[in-house]
Design a protein around this ligand. Structure first.
Ligand code: FAD
Length: 456
């Protein structure tokens, strides 16, 4: 009677509390552990998004680590999981808690349909969403206060991979196939740990200086691994603390740790406000201020295709289309451009990101979009409008990032690439003129936001 371990966003063997709980239960009764992944049609879109293609790879890597004993079943979890539990006569089903709206509803449905206990142990965050509240017992409104409480709360040391787990061999469907046009990095726990070790050894020390520079490989590229739980943030936090103790610039380690605190903060916001997936947490403009109709559609399409005539914005969007990933600074700049220069509601851009990003994640994507749009909890001030030219000149000073992703501009030297309209011979052929004038549209956005505030 194997104990059932239902894996979802926790595709690893080390530091996996749900696995430890399942293994303990199995050990107590002398049974095996059956590892199950359910291909849920509600999440498995066709054609597959880059993140599903990454997930398929990650499942293959996990299956290899389990010696081919990852059981795949396809169907609605509330039908599949109880059926497998029944088939195996499993005494319990173990999961890491899902904290986002769809996962919570799904698990509640599964729990109701199961004849045995659904045991939730751990979750994908260092501190479980909803655990931290202010002294008044209310959710944190401000990131820095949340981060301080998060640090005070702390987290357990990462647990090593359990030895000698008796994995059950349960027949299932073939591993899901999902291909994508974008080149994916190696997936799976081992690859994630290797990538992380290389980052700690080579780039962590400079992280606070290089993390905003898209022309340098200054970030960890761990987001997809964190999304699918190939590594738990607890493990990264322990390594960051160890690196700082070993003399790696403590300020850089703290900067990285604070990014993981943002990840937990967004998950916490979504826990308290599940409607934040689609509803602005605060209104910065009236509904009429958002562009709709054919002109807005054309502007959105130009933005999505990386043809706005603003090189830094276009480079970001093309990096997304070609690689399924975009540097964080570019995510902020292109999101600001869509919302504040083209006046398109954030939800539309967020949907395109979620479909295109290999690390696409409901909590992180929707709440970061709300941050840029000024509609989120502790968001960027509504009057902060990223200047796409100045951002490029400051953070891509030699223009290498733009030239890499916008081939039409490769003939322009250095920082001249950020203002092709000012090139002596005129803008290079094939590159579009500016879709809008940034200074004018910035004014339009701010006037609308101010009018909305005044009317309230
Ligand atoms: P690093 O700089 O190495 O950061 C380390 C880790 O910290 C990241 O892997 C991530 O888990 C976390 N982190 C870093 N920045 C943020 C942030 N602003 N918010 C929350 N966590 C952060 N991240 C996603 O994982 N999925 C998304 O769908 C997503 N959508 C975004 C949309 C917008 C509009 C913006 C502005 C940001 C979005 N981010 C998202 C956050 C961030 O851009 C990515 O996590 C980061 O670029 C991933 O690259 P990295 O792992 O090299 O980052």
């Amino acid at each position: 009677m194997p104990v059932l371990l239902w894996l979802r966003r926790d595709l690893r063997l080390a530091d996996n509390p749900a696995l430890l709980a399942a293994a303990d239960r199995a050990r107590a009764t002398g049974d095996e552990v059956a590892a199950l992944f359910v291909v849920d049609p509600a999440l498995w879109s066709s054609p597959p998004t880059p993140r599903l293609a990454y997930l398929a790879r990650s499942l293959r890597a996990l299956d290899e680590r389990l010696g081919g004993r990852l059981t795949i079943r396809t169907g609605r979890p509330e039908q599949v999981v109880p059926a497998v539990a029944h088939e195996l006569a499993a005494p319990s089903v173990h999961v890491a808690a899902a904290t986002e709206p769809y996962g919570q509803r799904r698990d509640d449905r599964v729990e109701r349909a199961l004849g045995v206990e659904l045991v939730r142990t751990g979750c994908p965050y260092a501190v479980a969403p909803g655990r931290l509240v202010t002294r008044a017992g209310t959710p944190f409104q401000v990131y820095t206060a949340f981060r301080d409480a998060w640090l005070d709360h702390g987290w357990a040391a990462p647990a090593p991979e359990p030895a000698g787990v008796p994995w059950a061999d349960v027949p299932g469907d073939p591993l899901p196939e999902a291909s994508t046009e974008v080149p994916l990095s190696a997936a799976g726990e081992v690859a994630a740990r290797e990538r992380w070790s290389a980052f700690v050894a080579e780039a962590l020390a400079d992280y606070r200086w290089t993390r905003d520079r898209p022309d340098l490989a200054g970030t960890s590229a761990m987001s997809a691994a964190l999304k699918y739980g190939e590594v738990h943030p607890r493990t990264l936090l322990a390594d960051l603390a160890a690196a700082a103790r070993a003399g790696v610039d403590p300020a850089s380690a703290a900067t990285f740790r604070d990014e993981l605190a943002w990840r937990d903060f967004h998950a916490d916001v979504l826990w308290h406000r599940p409607d934040a997936t689609h509803r602005s947490l605060r209104a910065v403009a009236s509904d009429d201020d958002w562009a709709t109709g054919a002109a807005a559609d054309a502007a959105f399409d130009a933005w999505a295709a990386g043809r706005t005539g603003y090189p830094f914005v276009d480079a970001g969007m093309r990096q997304l289309a070609e690689t399924g990933w975009m540097h964080n600074r570019l995510r902020m700049v292109v999101a600001s451009f869509l919302v504040k220069d083209l006046h398109v509601a954030w939800q539309r851009g967020a949907a395109l990101f979620l479909d295109g990003l290999v690390d696409g994640d409901t909590a992180q994507n929707q709440l970061n979009w709300q941050w840029v749009a000024g509609t989120g909890r502790d968001a960027a001030p509504y009057f902060r409008v990223f200047n796409p030219v100045a951002q490029g000149q400051r953070l891509d000073p030699e223009g290498d990032y733009v030239r890499r992703w916008v081939p039409e501009l490769r003939a322009l030297p250095g920082a001249a690439v950020h203002e092709p309209w000012a090139a002596p011979g005129g803008p290079p052929p094939g590159y579009p003129p500016r879709l809008v004038d940034h200074a004018t549209e910035r004014r339009v956005a701010l006037d609308a936001y101010h009018a909305h505030r005044a009317a309230r």
